[in-house]
Design a protein around this ligand. Structure first.
Ligand SMILES: C=C(CC[C@@H](C)[C@H]1CC[C@H]2C3=CC[C@H]4[C@H](C)[C@@H](O)CC[C@]4(C)[C@H]3CC[C@]12C)C(C)C
Ligand SMILES: C[S@@+](CC[C@H](N)C(=O)[O-])C[C@H]1O[C@@H](n2cnc3c(N)ncnc32)[C@H](O)[C@@H]1O
Length: 439
């Protein structure tokens, strides 16, 4: 059996088991399960008799003469069928919800698109993306990176939202807490670190569709301005902000974080969550952030890095890191030691630095591992939707790329050679120091 056939068979078996379990599982969130089917208010041992009576009464509806008996038999009918209806419709509803929202009001599989790329160009754009990022170490034309990152987010934004939620980042698992709660705590920690007050204006560098921005605005009551290179994300983020009733606190701007459309010294604080890793040179984005921050204000970043366990002489380490780079549009992962050095170089004081992935924190990658069955199911859904012409051609390739990337990320976590949450907290000094003003 070749690998494609093996993959399809595996996917079908996994999908079948999952679906079987879920037919027997909840119809809606807390709905009706097949194992709970009953005879309504008829006791279990009388269901068969009641069915026979019902059937002999309604078998020939045209001949029903005793009209006053009808309501009673209608009642019997509903006792017999209510659970089956609930289960059956629930099953259909549930299937739609497999195709449905990741979070409460998220993205449905039938709405998967190529972002701002028209459906017929998705496959070509994927090929262009892939030929650019296939060998990240060889990327020489750094100025092309933001364009390709933009293409990447056109291709993946809907899949991320559908399969992950509105926050495009990781967070350490927290026993007893859901992914969503752990995500929120990780986001709130960022804004707590930069000491902002209600009404302050802060910057979200690389804001995605704004999951963190909304959580941070709601938690701190600060006004958050987010910037993303991707136009499609701007529209999604604005739509979500409005739906969440947070549009008075959250603003979203399309732009390149290497040349931001904001005046000098205009923000009371800034943060970036797993976004600056897309910059070809960290120094360029850090110096832009430094420029727009007010003197004395704080900036926190969660950076993607290779850790002290990474050995460039180990081919397996290199394979994992390159796999992460190409599946995540990264022009080259940085080593953790470069982060603080770059921050200082652009003029920041480094207040604190800590890898939030290190124990006692619980693994951030368990969510990826646990999601594997869902990825197979998603793969089947995407393949079917794409074959039916509902999802753009190319969506299957993008999904497959993400599938592989999830595996590299998990290996990066398991081996400890990679962290997506190397935290650095920096202050812009009140006055420029001698050293930075002369350099
Ligand atoms: C910070 C970045 C993104 C980090 C994560 C949010 C995403 C990295 C890999 C993504 C995913 C991998 C597998 C997908 C799966 C196959 C699909 O069925 C559903 C979506 C995934 C789980 C997807 C979700 C987002 C990620 C976890 C980078 C880009 C700097
Ligand atoms: C992995 S997402 C993280 C989004 C968000 N911080 C979150 O956690 O949900 C990275 C974000 O960085 C943005 N980005 C990457 N390169 C950029 C650039 N040059 N200018 C502006 N935004 C950029 C992407 O558009 C995307 O929104």
């Amino acid at each position: 059996m070749d690998s494609l056939a093996l993959f399809c068979t595996g996917a079908l078996i996994a999908g079948g088991i999952y679906w079987f379990v879920c037919i027997l599982g909840p119809a809606e969130q807390k709905g009706k399960r097949a194992v709970d089917l009953s005879g309504g208010s008829i006791s279990a041992e009388k269901v068969q008799d009641n069915y026979k009576q019902y059937w002999s009464f309604f078998r020939r509806p045209k001949e029903i003469e005793t009209a006053e008996k009808v309501p009673d038999f209608v009642d019997t009918f509903y006792n017999l069928v209510t659970d089956i209806y609930e289960w059956g419709w629930g099953g259909i509803y549930w299937f739609v919800c497999i195709l449905g929202p990741a979070e409460q009001k998220g993205k449905r599989a039938v709405d998967l698109s190529g972002g701002s790329i028209s459906a017929e160009k998705v496959q070509d754009n994927y090929k262009q993306y892939w030929s650019f990022f296939r060998r990240p170490k060889e990327i020489e034309t750094a100025e092309k990176v933001p364009d390709f990152v933009d293409t990447f987010y056109n291709l993946v934004t809907d899949i991320y939202e559908w399969g992950w939620g509105q926050s495009f980042h990781f967070s350490p698992s927290i026993p007893g807490k859901s992914h969503l709660e752990a995500t929120r705590l990780h986001e709130q920690m960022a804004v707590d670190l930069i000491n902002v007050k209600p009404g302050d204006r802060i910057l979200d560098v690389g804001c995605g569709v704004g999951g963190p921005m909304r959580a941070i605005a709601a938690h701190s009551r600060a006004k958050v301005v987010g910037i993303t290179i991707n136009d499609y994300q701007v529209n999604r983020a604005r739509m979500h902000n409005k739906k969440a009733g947070l549009d008075s606190l959250c603003e979203v701007v399309q732009g390149n974080f290497l040349e931001m459309p904001f005046p000098d010294n205009s923000f009371d604080g800034a943060y970036s969550i797993e976004a600056t890793c897309h910059a070809p040179k960290l120094e360029e984005v850090y110096s832009e952030i430094f420029r727009v921050m007010k003197p004395g204000s704080l900036y926190v970043s969660y950076e993607w890095v290779t850790t002290d366990k990474f050995k460039s002489s180990d081919p397996e380490h290199v394979e994992v890191i390159q796999g992460i780079e190409r599946g995540d549009a990264l022009p080259g992962l940085r080593n953790y030691a470069d982060i603080a050095e770059t921050a200082r170089k652009v003029g920041f004081e480094v207040v604190k630095e800590k890898d939030l992935a290190k124990p006692p924190a619980k693994p951030w990658w368990t969510r990826l591992k646990m999601g594997r069955i869902a990825y197979w199911r998603n793969h089947i859904v995407v393949t079917i939707l794409s074959a039916l012409g509902i999802a753009p051609k190319g969506t299957v390739d993008v999904h497959e790329m993400l599938f592989k990337t999830a595996d590299y990320l998990t290996r990066g976590g398991d081996t400890g050679i990679f962290s997506p949450m190397h935290m650095i907290l920096c202050r812009k000094p009140e006055k420029k120091t001698e050293e930075t003003s002369s350099s």
